[in-house]
Write a protein that binds this ligand. Structure first.
Ligand SMILES: [Zn+2]
Length: 472
């Protein structure tokens, strides 16, 4: 008994350490944005004001103005909810937020960043001083819906088109209004931090998507393999994976049911069977540890480092719960990309946010070219896991995301972390997709500090995407 208590204490300590590390990461990010603020306050605000007084417009994909200049003033979306939902992406002309469209594309918006030939043409026609407009891939209605779903929570919702990589929606809360950012007043804590592309969260059970693919690639893989789930008992002994949900053990269980009930013992077991090397390799095929730029913006994929000689740690990683310094994190955008790759036969598209520019002549040009970001070696395995995610929505824990008449696949997750007050809290996650050529959308959701019904939130935002008929 004493031995068990000691082991439980050391597990708890492990969790606290990893959670603290994540928390410190967020604090460092916040301090960094503060520093950037100080630097930009040295950049004369009056100069920036005049620089953007005639800058180009930033449009949503459905041609709603997200930023525009009129009578010498820079304005943001007329709908204040849309303006706040886009704040960390569109940014502000004072550059109080780093890594935004306003800042990163300043030269194009004010008309200085073109090629020599382009500039010459515009100069000859008297348009040389006019900036380009930018059309983003995000839809304004979908963005507003995500903002409403997130409400007062801290979190993020990302929707991508998994066939093209276009980001259709990314909202990070808390957020604040552009005027507040420009005047540097009433900025809620962490509201300038773009969780969607820069967040780093323990993936929890959403990671079972990756573990499942690794298992299908393993030499030991057998589609009919079953093992015995011992529930609240540990899988290998003190320190290894357990299930503490206050439920009965799952008993003899195979992969499909394991997805439906999110069985920790099963995935801990098959992750160890797949082995550290294959787990590492599969994570990297899914884009883990790979630098990610979204046009000129810097994004973040997840990080993963398998532990070769520690089966206990590997069993925890296999269920998405890292217990040493940050060996396993994921961003909300990356969560959407993971499901998207599963839906898209193992092809993960490069995410992008900029659809095209509009020249001073009024024509669209420099349309972003679609390209592959990463590709899974397995093709048969991907289809197996895809079907398991679909039945997890039809019959399992992700049922809340079921949409009548559509084939939806998805996986929920929860992962512990320490909040600002030092309390151990749970983050709720979801990754999923619609299997439909006319609605090829994948979603990634993270909501911090609580158990949220992420499948229902996913169902709601995906239903909205279908209703909007975005491809037409
Ligand atoms: Zn189980």
């Amino acid at each position: 008994m004493k031995q068990l208590m000691r082991s439980l204490k050391s597990i708890l300590l492990f969790f606290m350490i990893i959670s603290l590390a994540l928390l410190v990461g967020i604090v460092v990010q916040q301090n960094k944005s503060q520093r950037l603020l100080l630097q930009s306050s040295n950049e004369n605000k009056a100069v920036l004001h005049s620089r953007y007084s005639n800058a180009g417009t930033i449009w949503s994909a459905d041609m709603v103005r997200l930023a525009y200049s009129k009578d010498g003033e820079r304005h943001y979306a007329e709908n204040s909810e849309l303006a706040r939902a886009m704040i960390q992406t569109v940014g502000d002309y004072t550059h109080n937020i780093g890594n935004t469209i306003e800042g990163a594309y300043q030269d194009r918006l004010i008309g200085t960043g073109r090629s020599f030939i382009q500039q010459l043409t515009f100069d000859f026609t008297g348009n040389g001083m006019t900036g380009d407009d930018i059309i983003l891939t995000v839809n304004s209605d979908l963005t507003l819906h995500a903002q409403a779903l997130l409400g007062d929570s801290n979190g993020s919702i990302v929707i991508i088109n998994y066939k093209t990589g276009a980001i259709l929606c990314m909202v990070s809360t808390p957020n604040t209004y552009p005027d507040n950012v420009v005047n540097w007043t009433d900025i809620p804590e962490s509201s300038l931090f773009n969780r969607s592309i820069a967040g780093a969260y323990a993936p929890g059970s959403t990671y079972k998507v990756v573990t499942g693919i690794a298992w299908t690639e393993s030499e030991q893989y057998d589609p009919n393999y079953t093992m015995y789930c011992k529930g609240q008992e540990t899988l290998l002994g003190p320190g290894s994976v357990t299930e503490d949900r206050g439920e009965d053990a799952h008993g003899e269980i195979g992969m499909q049911t394991a997805y439906h009930v999110s069985c920790n013992h099963f995935f801990g077991d098959i992750g160890m069977k797949a082995g550290a090397e294959l787990m590492q390799n599969t994570a990297e095929q899914f884009g883990f540890n790979k630098p990610l730029s979204i046009g000129r913006l810097i994004g973040k994929t997840g990080t993963y480092k398998a532990v070769a000689d520690d089966q206990y740690l590997l069993s925890w990683q296999s269920i998405g719960q890292p217990i040493e310094n940050n060996e396993l994190t994921v961003s909300p955008l990356h969560l959407a990309m993971i499901s998207g790759a599963v839906a898209n036969h193992g092809i993960m598209m490069q995410p992008y946010l900029l659809k095209n520019y509009i020249s001073p002549f009024g024509n669209n040009y420099e349309t972003t070219k679609q390209k592959v970001f990463s590709q899974l070696d397995s093709s048969a395995g991907v289809e197996v896991i895809k079907n398991n995610l679909i039945t997890t929505v039809e019959q399992g824990r992700a049922y809340g995301s079921y949409i009548q008449g559509y084939v939806i696949g998805g996986k929920t997750g929860t992962a512990e972390s320490v909040n600002d007050d030092g309390d151990l809290v749970t983050n709720s996650l979801y990754t999923g997709f619609i299997d439909d050529p006319y609605n090829p959308y994948a979603v990634g959701i993270v909501i911090e500090n609580g158990i949220y019904d992420t499948p229902t939130i996913a169902g709601s935002i995906l239903t909205k995407a279908i209703e909007l008929n975005l491809l037409n």
